[in-house]
Design a binder for this molecule. Structure first.
Ligand SMILES: O=c1ccn([C@H]2C[C@H](O)[C@@H](COP(=O)(O)OP(=O)(O)OP(=O)(O)O)O2)c(=O)[nH]1
Length: 171
């Protein structure tokens, strides 16, 4: 009997030289994804980079493409859509939408540089039931800074379609 409790995910390499994504250390939540194309991003620029892998997740799972914090801290690299969502039914190559948020320095990726990490999670499917009134709660409609704590950065938020922006002020 197998003692391996890990969830099996089918993987196809769309680039045969790509290393199979793996966890760097025990306890890591994400496996690193590499770019198969070299790219240079000017400050503020973005690119959709191929990873050379496609997967078939079991039903009830999704994979999330997360930024790598080292790249973010050192180079200002983030993902435009962080976290990117890979649906269980998606069979195409996983792509990573990187952005260079550094205001001054360009960033260069070489082929097989690790640019993101993939976190696989179980996801619930819900069935929406429409009601006239929602049950009460302590937070009620408070949001967008309603608990305070960042007065120095306080700004007025204008919600698209909102009639009264004051509802959304963080105070
Ligand atoms: O960072 C990402 C995000 C998504 N995808 C792939 C897998 C996902 O299943 C598919 C669609 O993504 P999403 O649903 O986020 O995109 P959409 O803009 O809503 O497109 P669609 O209309 O195809 O759902 O694109 C990636 O490869 N990388």
């Amino acid at each position: 009997m197998s003692t391996d409790s890990r969830v099996e995910v089918l993987l196809k390499l769309t680039d045969p030289e790509v290393p199979v994504p793996s966890y760097q250390r025990p306890g890591d939540a994400g496996c690193d994804l590499v770019t198969t194309e070299a790219a240079e991003l000017a400050p503020g620029e973005r690119a959709v980079l191929p990873t050379g892998v496609s997967i078939a997740l079991p039903e009830g799972y999704a994979a999330f493409v997360h930024p790598r914090s080292g790249l973010a801290a050192r180079c200002g690299v983030s993902l435009v859509n962080a976290p990117g969502t890979v649906d269980a039914g998606y069979r195409g190559e996983i792509k990573v939408i990187v952005a260079n948020l550094d205001p001054r320095e360009p960033v260069r990726f070489e082929r097989f540089d690790r640019i993101a990490q993939l976190v696989v999670q179980q996801v619930e499917k819900v069935r929406f039931r429409e009601v006239a009134e929602l049950p009460g709660s302590e937070r009620a409609e408070g949001g967008f800074g309603s608990t305070g704590g960042h007065a120095a950065q306080q700004k007025d938020y204008v919600a698209v379609g909102a009639t009264g922006a004051s509802d959304l002020r963080g105070q």
